[in-house]
Design a protein around this ligand. Structure first.
Ligand code: MN
Length: 245
């Protein structure tokens, strides 16, 4: 199979001297490589012209996990628990998500990426599950919890693309988030829910591959073939896209 180029958006991260760096979570890189892709970083401090040129070179885009999205993108006031807003990253990811949907470029989202995807297409977020959803499970594990800890099940729609990829309709997943999808964006189909009703996955049915999940499959690929299959299905869609253009 052709090895497609997969762009992964970076976060801005400042050191103790205020020097800004761009970073990506290493496990996303290793998961993409294991699935047969060639990962490449999409910086979030590019001009719109350069961002577009880079986007045109990649065969798929991964929106990874990270901090919270500026709620002004979905017309809400800042909740006290909303944190780690990264304006350059918000702008970059929202732009790329809209391009990928309009132009049918394969796109996968993880955690923050799942939420950015919904916001980019006109949806809203629950800014703090613990105070806004009752009763709720604990979706936000603390930083001492292993990232591959299976925290809750999700109920997957048996007729979804996701169910076909995972070969499961009630997988256990990790859960490292305090926000969630609120109002669903037009055109998105919810395909998995947690037992307390959080939308844990969405997809766009008429798109070759537009699928996002609220959990972190990159932390589960060593434990679970079905979670590696998510990356494989994405990489295969990206390879097909490359062969089609
Ligand atoms: Mn969860």
């Amino acid at each position: 199979m052709y090895k497609p180029l997969i762009g992964i958006t970076a976060a801005v991260s400042s050191d103790q001297y205020g020097k800004e760096f761009l970073r990506v979570y290493a496990k996303n890189i290793t998961a993409l490589e294991k699935a047969g892709g060639i990962p490449i970083v999409i910086p979030c401090n590019l001009s719109s012209e350069t961002l577009r040129l880079l986007y045109e070179r990649v065969d798929g885009v991964l929106l990874p996990g990270g901090g919270d999205i500026d709620p002004s993108y979905y017309g809400a006031e800042l909740h006290p628990t909303t944190n780690s807003i990264d304006p350059q990253r918000d702008q970059t990811e929202i732009t790329v998500a809209r391009w990928a949907v309009d132009e049918k470029l394969p796109i996968m989202g993880i955690c923050r990426g799942h939420q950015v995807f919904n916001v980019a297409l006109g949806g809203t977020l629950i800014q703090d599950i613990a105070s806004e959803v009752t009763p709720s499970l604990v979706h936000e594990s603390d930083s001492s919890t292993p990232r591959n800890l299976l925290a809750h099940s999700v109920m997957v729609d048996a007729n979804s693309c996701l169910a076909g990829i995972l070969h499961h309709t009630q997988p256990l997943v990790n859960s490292i988030h305090h926000q969630a999808i609120g109002q669903l964006a037009p055109g998105l189909r919810p395909t998995a829910y947690s037992p307390d009703g959080i939308i844990e996955a969405v997809e766009i049915p008429e798109h070759p591959f537009a699928l996002t999940v609220q959990w972190h499959p990159e932390d589960l690929v060593d434990d679970s073939d079905s979670m590696l299959n998510l990356f494989r299905a994405f990489v295969i869609a990206a390879a097909k896209r490359h062969e089609a253009v």
